[in-house]
Design a protein around this ligand. Sequence first.
Ligand SMILES: [Fe+2]
Length: 187
Amino acid sequence: MDQEKNCVSRREFLSAAAVAATVMAAGPMFKVSAKSEMKMAMPDIYVCGVCGHVEFGAAPENCPICHAPKEKFTEKNTLFADAMKKFPEVSPSHDPVISIKKESGLVPEIACKEVSVRVGKHMHPMEEAHHIKFIDFYIDDKFVTRFFPNLKQYPAVSYYTNAVGSKVRMVEFCTVHDYWQAEMAMA
Ligand SMILES: [Fe+2]
C-alpha cells in the first residue's frame, strides 16, 4: 500500500508544478524556473508521427513499434498536460493505476516483480467508438513493451520482470481522450 502512495498521477504532478510556480512568484531567491521544475519530474517527451509511440528523454534512432526513423518524432512536452486540460473530468477513468508486488503470485518460484496496471480507478470502457488502444510499460523511462487490449478485454495487465530500476511509468492512449500516464517507484 505504501507503494501506491508513491504513485504520481498527472493531477499530483500538475499540483506540484503549480506550487513551484507559486514559490517562484513569492521571491527572487529561487533561481530555477517553473519549466525546469517540471523537467525534474518529467523528461522531454517525443511522439512518433507515424504510430503515436511515446519516448522519453530523446527521440530514438527508430521507433520501437513501427520502426519509423528519428525524423518522424516530434517533441511534445505538453502531451499529458494537454489531455488533462482538455478532458479534466475523465481523469478517474484514464489515469493508469499501478501496483507492484515484490514477489509474483503467478510465478513465485522465480525472483521477479509483478507490475500491474489498470485504466483507471474507474474501469475505462472498451467500445468500438471509445477504447484504450494501447498501454505502454517503461522502466526508468526506457520503453519495455506494449499491451494492445482488444474490445473483448479490459485495459488491465500484469508484467513479470527481473529488471532493476528505480521507477515504472505507464502510458495509455484513449481513442477519444488522448494520452495519460502515471509512475511508481520500484523499490
Ligand atoms: Fe476515454
